[in-house]
Design a protein around this ligand. Structure first.
Ligand code: MF3
Ligand code: CO
Length: 258
């Protein structure tokens, strides 16, 4: 959506703030010994307490709707991981993707965290992914184009010897989780649609610790894994396109990576 009044901006900030309170609780709960299923149940109960709806539930095709409040993707699971009842252990690289519907105002964001001290390789993967996606999100400025976002992300990621997944894209958000426009994590500077003031965007990327960007979807129709088994990192930020600079609605930029 395109925010066109200070009131609407304020209302969106309220929704984002509620969502961030829950996301931070999920972050703190993402530790050794817990299961993704427990983190998902926490997301559900926190939503209930706050009077908001977890907005991933019910997404997808009629015969295979998504049933969980979160997507929790571990190690070589890249995105859309189903929160499994399998204990998290030291060295796991965990991506927690979560969003709410707050009386019609939608949020969607994702953090990545290592369980225990990350290996140097995982530290680098997370740091590069976060840096790239922040750099992409900072392109959310009037006059820039969609391709400027993707180009920033892709060049930083590939410059580090990693790759971005091409099959999934960031997106606009508003009174729906997925709104116009689509925002690939790759692209060419100066191409694509022009960003307009007030556009609300989810800038996200799945970054693979490999030059091989191939992925596959498991038989459950959701779980996406890297073809070569490489680990992946993902972040997703909501930003509003600003006149001079991007306004981060859901800011996890300072959160520790492990
Ligand atoms: N964060 C995901 C996205 O940007 C949403 C999860 S898909 C769902 O599209 F099916 F789980 F909702
Ligand atoms: Co998203």
């Amino acid at each position: 959506m395109i925010i066109n009044s200070p009131q609407a901006l304020k209302r969106y900030q309220q929704a984002a703030d509620k969502s961030m309170i829950i996301l931070k609780r999920l972050f703190d709960a993402t530790v050794e010994g817990v299961t993704p299923r427990q983190i998902d149940q926490l997301a559900d109960s926190e939503c209930q307490k706050m009077g908001v709806i977890p907005c991933f539930k019910g997404v997808g095709p009629k015969n295979n709707r998504y049933r969980f409040a979160t997507c929790i993707s571990v190690n070589d699971t890249v995105v859309h991981g189903i929160p499994e009842a399998k204990v998290l252990k030291k060295g796991d690289l965990v991506k927690v993707d979560f969003g709410i519907n707050d009386d019609g105002w939608f949020t969607d964001h994702c953090f990545c965290k290592s369980i225990g001290q990350a290996s140097p390789a995982d530290q680098q993967l997370m740091a590069v992914a976060r840096k790239a996606i922040i750099a992409g999100a900072k392109q959310a400025v009037v006059g820039k184009k969609i391709g400027d976002i993707g180009q920033q992300i892709q060049s930083i990621v590939e410059g580090a010897g990693f790759s971005v997944v091409k099959e999934f894209v960031g997106h606009g958000i508003g009174h729906d989780m997925h709104d116009f426009p689509q925002i690939p994590a790759y692209g060419v500077k100066g191409t694509g649609i022009k960003l307009q003031e007030g556009m609300v965007l989810c800038v996200e990327a799945q970054v693979l610790a490999s030059k091989n960007d191939q992925i596959y979807v498991e038989d459950n129709g959701w779980t996406v894994k890297s073809a070569d088994g490489s680990k992946s990192a993902m972040f997703e930020y909501m930003v509003v396109v600003g006149k001079k600079e991007a306004m981060f609605l859901t800011d996890t930029r300072d959160w520790p990576l492990f």
